[in-house]
Design a protein around this ligand. Structure first.
Ligand SMILES: [Zn+2]
Length: 151
């Protein structure tokens, strides 16, 4: 079983019922090979609570995660097969050939980045296709090799 990857963030919001401060907890996760997200908010003043999930990751939550955890850069190790990479990009991102070429250019230039679960998902798919990848957080400048731990 693949290891799950999470990026979570806590943030305040205003309670829609009483106007007090809501405590919100947002999570994006890579679980069993797919990305999911959910947000839970609770108000201590009036007990209002809400949980939201499903569909595409909301831009606001993605921004918060990137702000909290930093962007993760994504690189392929040369020599990499461009055709194989584009095939994975098209399948995983649901994009056409033209868009895949543009994304490939960013990957090869070391300019493709996203949240940890997003980057990890692509990295795993590429590794499954035989392409070694390296991911590194923009914060800290430490290059962390994200190869498989076994086999
Ligand atoms: Zn409230």
């Amino acid at each position: 079983m693949e290891q799950s990857v999470y990026a979570s963030v806590e943030y305040p919001a205003a309670c829609q019922d009483c106007g007090a401060q809501l405590e919100c907890w947002g999570v994006q996760a890579l679980v069993n090979g797919s990305l999911r997200w959910d947000v839970e908010c609770a108000c201590r003043a009036c007990g209002f609570s809400v949980a939201v999930c499903g569909g595409d990751l909301p831009g606001e939550l993605r921004d918060r995660i990137l702000e909290e955890h930093g962007t993760v850069r994504f690189l392929v190790e040369p020599p990499a097969g461009n055709v194989a990479i584009m095939r994975v990009l098209r399948a995983e991102l649901g994009i056409d050939l033209t868009e895949a070429k543009a994304v490939l250019g960013r990957v090869l230039a070391g300019d493709y980045s996203g949240t940890l679960p997003e980057v990890e998902l692509l990295a795993r798919r590429l590794r499954a296709a035989g392409i070694e990848t390296v991911s590194a957080r923009d914060q800290g400048m430490s290059r962390a090799r994200s190869g498989p731990t076994a086999g």
